[in-house]
Design a protein around this ligand. Structure first.
Ligand SMILES: *[C@@H]1O[C@H](CO)[C@@H](O)[C@H](O)[C@H]1NC(C)=O
Ligand SMILES: *[C@@H]1O[C@H](CO)[C@@H](O)[C@H](O)[C@H]1NC(C)=O
Ligand SMILES: *[C@@H]1O[C@H](CO)[C@@H](O)[C@H](O)[C@H]1NC(C)=O
Ligand SMILES: *[C@@H]1O[C@H](CO)[C@@H](O)[C@H](O)[C@H]1NC(C)=O
Ligand SMILES: *[C@@H]1O[C@H](CO)[C@@H](O)[C@H](O)[C@H]1NC(C)=O
Ligand SMILES: *[C@@H]1O[C@H](CO)[C@@H](O)[C@H](O)[C@H]1NC(C)=O
Ligand SMILES: *[C@@H]1O[C@H](CO)[C@@H](O)[C@H](O)[C@H]1NC(C)=O
Ligand SMILES: *[C@@H]1O[C@H](CO)[C@@H](O)[C@H](O)[C@H]1NC(C)=O
Length: 487
């Protein structure tokens, strides 16, 4: 029996915890739990995203003051259809309490240079706005070119109806079915993403299905990956109602088949992308083992859309080559402290290695999203009650800052994808869709209170995305990407 002891630095507080490994994590007894509980309580008051309520942001209010159809909906739940319990209880991410937003001095194992808090909002300043606006009226859309950066842009008003609603798509996860759950405002449905350098073509379901005829596509990741897959499913359902080949009772795996197009759409739950086991509240992550659940099925798919992010904030013990190599800073375990960025870097390196060497299909890597808890944290009354996007406008200091941690994770993701691309003889099989900045601009796109709340879950979900909502844009990016490959 090896004695592994705990050392945790949190906000200048050093905690020594000792426990036995590998007998059982639960054998550590109540003392660890109590200490962890104390630490958790301490953190309830600290939020990495916003320390204090922001000023009212200088958003553009170009949209109509009312919802698309002027209707106001007040019913919280449909009295006719009692709301069943959402079985996806594991959706709730653990808030990244240990990330000190104001301190970029995170120590990385892989000596990644840590830069000061980036002002992502400053990015658009470099664009010559005057010339952009005149050149790109919606009447004369510019064709997409290789050089157009789709990640930079702004949300502009769009009067067209959403691709689907709760009436036309029966496959919306209840927790993200904001319309059905009574969200009263509708302005959040009336925006489209406008990259600065070009127009992003709209998502046309029939064209997508034609492009994907005879193909199979899989989404791999956490509940945000499922959120994305369901947005695609709903959009495609407008053309053909798919056959459900498989749904697991916990809403984690799905397989749908569009018979007239011989197109298969699958969702596989793999929140860390690598193998893991759970012991108590500690996740054992095997950083070098791409998770079997998707690795074993991958060969049959033409396209894999992968993503990961928020689950890395959970308390974890890390293994490489079957040996313990460290633990997450919030784990309370006596093991080498390994920062999230470093962990994610090794995981992505290993997962992308597998995807670029073993897998023959196309990989689309979706970057991390941004959540929008304000006036508190996930666990401390945080909410997201804005009803319009942030303006991209430069120099507006009243906007909540771009979260430092998401920015750093996004950088690690880019570096690892770039690294993987350079190692490939045909790098056209690996693509990245970058939704980090566009999602940051959409504080209005989350379910907030218009969700199905689980026992012990906070009242507001400011992490997942309403369907329909800004998440539908991600499929424009997917379509554009795939058209470049199969079109
Ligand atoms: C942590 O583990 C190391 C190595 O096993 C050990 O030397 C140290 O005493 C432990 N610390 C505590 C507080 O148990
Ligand atoms: C965050 O880190 C900075 C610099 O290390 C430190 O001054 C500040 O007190 C920390 N904030 C919190 C809430 O611990
Ligand atoms: C912006 O574009 C206009 C028209 O193309 C040009 O005259 C002007 O010099 C540009 N300004 C900058 C700062 O590039
Ligand atoms: C869709 O949502 C509206 C409220 O916006 C509700 O009245 C209606 O019953 C819902 N329909 C379905 C099929 O869920
Ligand atoms: C349907 O697509 C699969 C590949 O996904 C292919 O093997 C099969 O032959 C196709 N069936 C028809 C009838 O085209
Ligand atoms: C982890 O991966 C290995 C090798 O792929 C596999 O044999 C094992 O069953 C996996 N374990 C878990 C818990 O997924
Ligand atoms: C959002 O909630 C905060 C805190 O309850 C409140 O101060 C603010 O007025 C609300 N904003 C809107 C637009 O409802
Ligand atoms: C995503 O796009 C934003 C805005 O262009 C950029 O700041 C960020 O670095 C990009 N992230 C990745 C992973 O490419």
């Amino acid at each position: 029996m090896k004695d592994v002891k705990g050392l945790t630095w949190l906000y200048g507080m050093k905690l020594h915890l000792s426990m036995n490994w590998p007998t059982s994590l639960s054998a550590a007894g109540g003392s660890v739990l109590v200490l962890v509980a104390i630490v958790s309580v301490l953190f309830l008051n600290v939020w990495w995203f916003l320390d204090s309520p922001p000023h009212q942001p200088n958003v553009i209010f170009l949209g109509a003051g009312e919802g698309a159809d002027g209707t106001a909906m007040h019913a919280k739940v449909d009295p006719i259809f009692p709301v069943p319990v959402d079985p996806s209880e594991e959706d709730a991410p653990v808030v990244p309490v240990e990330a000190n937003q104001t301190s970029p001095s995170v120590k990385l194992l892989n000596d990644v240079p840590v830069e000061p808090i980036p002002d992502v909002r400053a990015v658009p300043a470099e664009v010559n706005r005057t010339s952009q606006v005149t050149r790109e009226s919606p009447l004369s859309p510019q064709p997409l070119s290789e050089t157009c950066d789709l990640s930079e842009g702004e949300w502009i008003p769009d009067p067209s109806p959403p691709l689907y609603t709760n009436e036309t798509c029966p496959y919306i996860q209840l927790s993200q079915n904001c319309l059905k759950n009574g969200r009263p405002d509708r302005d959040y449905l009336q925006w489209r993403w406008k990259p600065f350098g070009c127009e992003l073509p709209p998502f046309i379901a029939a064209r997508f299905l034609k492009l994907m005829r005879g193909k199979k596509m899989v989404f791999i990741g956490d509940s945000l990956a499922r959120n994305h897959m369901q947005a695609l499913l709903c959009a495609l359902t407008q053309v053909e109602d798919p056959v459900n080949l498989f749904s697991d009772p916990k809403d984690k795996q799905y397989k749908w088949f569009f018979s007239s197009y011989n197109f298969t759409l699958t969702n596989l739950w793999s929140p860390f992308l690598v193998n893991y086991t759970v012991e108590g509240d500690i996740y054992n992550l095997y950083l070098d083992v791409p998770e079997k659940i998707w690795v074993s099925e991958l060969a049959q798919y033409d396209v894999a859309v992968i993503s990961t992010g928020y689950w890395y904030y959970r308390k974890s013990l890390y293994h490489t080559n079957s040996k313990i190599v460290g633990a997450s800073p919030n784990s309370g375990l006596n093991a080498t402290r390994v920062e999230i960025l470093s962990t994610m870097r090794s995981v992505l390196s290993n997962v992308l290695m597998h995807l670029t060497t073993v897998y023959r299909g196309v990989t689309i890597f979706r970057t991390i999203t941004v959540d929008h808890f304000e006036h508190g944290s996930w666990s401390n009354g945080g909410l997201c009650n804005r009803t319009s996007p942030f303006s991209h406008r430069h120099g507006d200091d009243s906007l909540p800052p771009f979260p430092w941690m998401n920015s750093e994770i996004s950088k690690v993701q880019k570096q690892e994808v770039d690294k993987a691309m350079t190692s490939m003889s045909d790098s056209s099989r690996l693509k990245m869709i970058n939704v980090t900045y566009s999602s940051y601009l959409r504080p209005d796109g989350h379910p907030g209170p218009y969700r199905i709340q689980q026992l012990n879950e906070p009242a507001n979900d400011c992490l997942h995305w309403c369907m329909p909502g800004p998440i539908d844009m991600w499929n424009q990016l997917v379509y554009h990407t795939l058209q470049g490959i199969f079109g």
